[in-house]
Design a protein around this ligand. Structure first.
Ligand SMILES: *Cc1c(COP(=O)(O)O)cnc(C)c1O
Length: 519
């Protein structure tokens, strides 16, 4: 046997590229393959006297590849330098305010990460028997209980990997419920302000989307809703506060109308940050709720990292939940926690326990905050959004001028008419003022939309600085050459303005992309 020790290679191999300051500028970071030098390693093996076993002895010839894979060969020093430089070219929740509406990009307390890397949690094999993982099962059961308490629901599945996966799970639960009652329904109603994943999930779930318009106040038009409700409607998907950041005040009447035709109410809980600890979807009349733990409950969100979208349901839907579910066993001798599945279950929607370490972070966040702390999260998130809305109302248009919840939707419509500067230009300029851009052109029903969600984690000083930056951008636009400057922004970021359409349609997810962009 040999020990693996990480060590910096004592001397760089001959040749190769030295990284000096000029190379660390814009568009200049080489790929690891370009840094590669034959024989360079970021580890070395120490001989311990135990005879080595060769690869040939371990893996039969027919399973071995003819030649080693063409991996980059770099020293630890080059590797760490490479990723550190790349990390400095990013914007992140750890760096500064990230007011990306509809996404709750808030600072995530580091204590949650510290818990998620505890060896007792991180190093457990998911296939370990329940008798060896009582602590993990207890954690999962307690998280489920807390999420049910927060949502006003009876039970939850922790399996879905993200919000959209929770939506599909919820729609499958809806279908299972109607099937069990001998009904085949075809339609699911969603408002025109809905997040794009809602209609996509409805379609994937095998239902037909029926859209209801918003009224002048930005809420579901109740009469229009009543007009589309019939016994072919399986349910309605809503997020409250809605995607305009407004609370659906008619929610009790909406719930009654949908229930009257035998439909179910699905709550898209991605906006829970606005109401957590204050109002419960279950009390509003919802039957199914998904939560985005990676938005509300302390998992870094973005970059495609793991998330979790638990789905909580009211009592009548509990039998259909995905299984197996971690379960507290009846008190007795032996294990206190195990796994259970009901015969009516829709089956698995994720392997093993779901994204378990995200679940551990969420429970940590809940325990650290407690009920009062969670309520304060929502109150401060709402206060911050209203502060921004009020402060910026003279500078940008406020399409729905009434108190908002955790996010406010502004518009650059007048700015565009008077100067030609669009919401997109404002967003790009903001990047070089030290803030992440807000969401733009969404919700679709607002012209030149700028959707800001400051979250509870930003201080008054940060909000001041953000508002000042947005005011500065609007003021610059009327100066000579100002519109042109905004149209060419950002000027100071590692990557300047990309062709948005080409970037989305012509994906080149390999390192060749860099050359492609440059050409
Ligand atoms: C983010 C979001 C979703 C989707 O969640 P993912 O985890 O990204 O799949 C759904 N609805 C709303 C309102 C959201 O903001």
């Amino acid at each position: 046997m040999t020990d693996v020790v990480t060590d910096v290679m004592p001397e760089p191999a001959a040749g190769g590229r030295a990284l000096s300051a000029p190379l660390m500028g814009r568009d200049a970071e080489p790929t690891l393959f370009e840094l590669s030098q034959p024989g360079r390693r970021s580890w070395q093996l120490r001989t311990t006297g135990v005879p080595e076993v060769s690869l040939e002895d371990l893996v039969p010839a027919e399973h071995r590849r003819p030649a080693p894979p063409g991996l980059a060969e770099v020293s630890e020093r080059d590797l760490v330098g490479h990723f550190t430089r790349l990390s400095h070219r990013q914007f992140s929740v750890d760096l500064g305010a990230y007011p990306l509406g509809s996404c709750t990009m808030k600072y995530n307390p580091k204590i949650c990460d510290a818990v998620a890397v505890l060896p007792g949690l991180a190093d457990v094999h998911p296939g370990a028997p329940a008798s060896c993982t009582q602590g993990w099962l207890q954690l999962l059961v307690e998280l489920e209980q807390q999420l049910c308490e927060i949502t006003g629901m009876a039970a939850a599945t922790l399996q879905p990997a993200a919000g959209a996966a929770g939506e599909l799970t919820g729609l499958l639960l809806m279908r299972a419920w109607h099937d069990a009652h001998g009904q085949t329904r075809h339609k699911v109603v969603i408002p025109d302000s809905a997040h794009g994943t809602n209609p996509a999930s409805v379609t994937l779930g095998g239902y037909e989307v029926v859209t209801v318009p918003s009224d002048a106040r930005g809420c579901v038009d109740l009469d229009a809703l009543r007009a589309v409700l019939d016994e072919d409607v399986a349910g309605i998907m809503l997020t409250n506060p809605n995607t305009l950041g407004l609370f659906e005040e008619d929610i009790v009447a909406i719930a009654a109308a949908v229930h009257e035709v035998g439909g179910l109410l699905y709550y898209d809980g991605a906006n829970l940050n606005a109401i957590v600890g204050v109002v419960r979807p279950g009390d509003m009349g919802f039957d199914i709720v998904h939560l985005n733990l990676h938005k509300t409950f302390a998992t870094p969100h973005g970059g495609g990292g793991p998330g979790a979208g638990p789905v909580a349901v009211s009592q009548r839907l509990v039998p259909y939940l995905p299984g197996p579910r971690p379960t507290r066993l009846a008190d007795g001798a032996g294990d206190r926690y195990g796994w259970s599945t009901t015969p009516e279950s829709i089956g698995r929607v994720h392997s093993w326990h779901g994204n378990a370490l995200v679940l551990a972070r969420a429970l940590t966040y809940l325990l650290v905050h407690g009920g009062d702390g969670l309520k304060q999260v929502a109150q401060l998130a709402v206060l911050n959004a209203n502060w921004l809305r009020t402060r910026l109302s003279g500078t940008y248009d406020v399409p729905y001028d009434r108190p908002c919840m955790h996010e406010c939707v502004l518009s650059a419509s007048s700015l565009k008419k008077s100067t030609g500067v669009r919401a997109l230009d404002v967003a790009k300029r903001l990047l070089e003022e030290g803030f992440h851009s807000p969401t733009v052109y969404f919700p679709l029903i607002v012209d030149e939309a700028l959707m800001l969600e400051p979250t509870e984690t930003e201080s008054l000083q940060t909000l001041e600085a953000l508002a000042t930056a947005l005011e500065k951008i609007a003021a610059e636009a009327v100066e000579p050459g100002g519109a042109q400057y905004a149209a060419e922004a950002p000027h100071a970021t590692p990557v300047r303005r990309v062709d948005e359409a080409r970037a989305a349609r012509t994906l080149v997810p390999t390192f060749d992309a860099r050359r492609d962009v440059g050409s």
